[in-house]
Design a protein around this ligand. Structure first.
Ligand code: TZP
Ligand code: MG
Length: 217
């Protein structure tokens, strides 16, 4: 497990094979292009229409561990701290609808970095009391097509308020695109997590570089 640094949230790629037309080889190619171009963290999130078997998901998780090591990029796994420990990932991301955060902390704290989805003031207040949480993921900021059970969009005003209330670094997620990236960064969040902005891009390298450049504006 690498040490947590909030800079790792800046350009945070999330994705699974379902985000690239259920094509595992294309997924590996696209993730590698993004790692090479400079994403600061990667989260493997195999759900919402995935067609991979359990065995194929474990195999993919291992291949992604090798790839992320090759590019020195911190590697998180969505929802499944057992899989994260098995493949030697750096961290696990836990949603509100997933396993209870207290149980994940008990099993994984000190072994895995812990990200936690928090989309309301009450959820942020709870996360503030959990010292083992490394960062919170908050959204959807805008409507998204990448998550079947996404809550209504919160918008940048609410995002800024939640970020101000959070004692953990915050990464914003949901519907983030070239058009709204600067508005999201103006809220003061530590970073942005995206699926389609990168995995749906015609030119992954230039998209990642534009995201990096947005921090120096
Ligand atoms: N959690 C909240 S919104 C979302 C997740 C996983 C999907 C983000 O995907 P996109 O394509 O960046 O809107
Ligand atoms: Mg989850």
């Amino acid at each position: 497990m690498t040490a947590f640094d909030s800079n790792m949230l800046k350009v945070y790629l999330v994705g699974g094979t379902q985000d690239v037309g259920n094509d595992p080889e294309r997924f590996l190619r696209d993730v590698e292009a993004a790692l090479k171009a400079g994403v600061t963290a990667f989260q493997y999130r195999e759900k919402d229409g995935s067609q991979l078997s359990k065995a194929a998901t474990i195999d993919m998780a291992m291949r992604l561990r090798k790839l992320t090591h090759q590019y020195y990029v911190p590697y998180f796994i969505d929802d499944d701290e057992k899989l994260a420990l098995k493949v030697g990932a750096d961290g696990v991301h836990v949603g509100q609808k997933d396993q209870r955060i207290e149980e994940v902390i008990q099993r994984a704290a000190g072994k895995l970095l812990i990200g936690y989805s928090c989309n309301t003031a009450a959820e942020i207040a709870k996360a503030n009391r959990l010292a083992a949480v490394d960062y919170v993921g908050t959204g959807p900021v805008f409507p998204t097509n990448s998550k079947g059970d996404a809550d209504p969009a919160i918008g940048v005003v609410q995002l800024a308020q939640l970020n101000a209330a959070s004692q953990h670094p915050m990464v914003a997620i949901g519907g983030i695109s070239r058009d709204n990236l600067n508005a999201v960064l103006n809220t003061g969040v530590a970073g942005v997590a995206v699926i389609s902005m990168i995995l749906g891009s015609q030119d992954i390298t230039s998209t990642v570089k534009q995201m990096q450049a947005a921090y120096s504006n």
